[in-house]
Ligand binder design. Sequence first.
Ligand code: ARG
Length: 466
Amino acid sequence: MAKKKNTKANALWGGHFSAGPAAAFAEINPSIDVDQRLYREDIQGSLAHVEMLAAQKIISAKDAASISKGLKQIQAEIESGKFTFTPALEDIHMHIEARLSELIGAVAGKLHTARSRNDQVATDLRLYSRHALRALDAALRELQAALLVQAEQHTATILPGMTHLQPAQPILFAHHLLAYVEMFQRDRTRLEDAGLRMNESPLGAAALAGTTYPIDRARTAKALGFAAPMRNSLDAVSDRDYVIEILAALSLVAMHLSRLAEEMIFWSNPLVGFIRLSDAFTSGSSIMPQKRNPDAAELIRGKSGGIIGALSALLITMKSLPLAYNKDMQEDKRAYFHALDETLLMLAAMTGMVADMRVHKDTMRRAASRGFLNATDLADWLVQTLAIPFREAHHLTGKLVLLAEKKKCGLEELSLKEMQTVHPKITRDIYHALALENCVARRKSEGGTAPERVRAAIATAKKEYL
Ligand code: ARG
């Protein structure tokens, strides 16, 4: 049996169509499942547009009033869950316009004067991004606050600082946490910066070339909180660089989250035992009763790939598109919204995990006393007290490390006599230099791990970041 051809053309743009879409087209074309979340911004943009049309006498004040009233009613319907979405109406813009004509009749058709879905969607997405950036900033700030609460409790907690994931030098746990506070602060400023750059209005660019109506773009820009209208109509409807910029900033957030997640997975491993993650963010095993798996941290690490993937997806989508609008761009929102949702979720999970984690100071301290973390300090003592060149001091210290390794003890446990086998002028004073607390306390250089520096850094972060 031959397939029946769909003869129902689209009511909003199908004036010159005699046949409707093929089934596969009807499925590939709509974006309503994704862009229905733009309803508020879409209505906000339409309200500003219609107010301007009336002010410019392009439509009558009466028509504008009835359109505005209808739009507000639609917003209420959507928010109360009474609105029905259907793929046949493609996207959020057509849903709202179609419902508007049901509500107020033919006058609804005047709303789209001097406008196109191209400048409409570009406007909606910028408005939506503005809100999203606010939510992201708040979530990043919450995470910084949680890190700072933990940091404040651990300005005397010493753990092994690592390079190459090998014990390197003793540091304060607070100092380690503050490193992430800084990373997340830069992430916040990157997002803020993207927000400033995108804050220009595409509305009034119409389909691509501007419009023949005497519109007032400055008026709608102002009404929507934009700094100014975008200067070029083609650019206004066809670029998505602001989405890409935000995705790039989110990729960095995700990368930072993933690194922290990785560290928490490592720290919570029973073989390491530096922290214990709470029940609320871990799971057990159905077969191994002893297990406490750091699932939330693993999922944060895992999901970071998806965020970075969204960035490349959109870069690749955009890179070969000629000006101006192309339907390819409809795909921007799927990846973008997903990345926004996921990042907020990852931030919430990380904030909870950080707030809940129990820190095992004694285990950290014990780990710091193994692995000769004070070797640099021994060499520094030789340099500073005996005026030995650093390279030579490094060599002499290496010999002592070898000796301590053989004796299975720490450097500070070698006797003075043993110390003096590498240099006769070594005095008892050296033991003071080797105490871990002193190793940490002496790193007073700006940005260093000395407790006084760390306490000041916490105070500054609380004042400037929270
Ligand atoms: N749903 C479309 C999108 O998200 C809106 C713009 C459609 N414009 C067009 N000329 N078909 O990109």
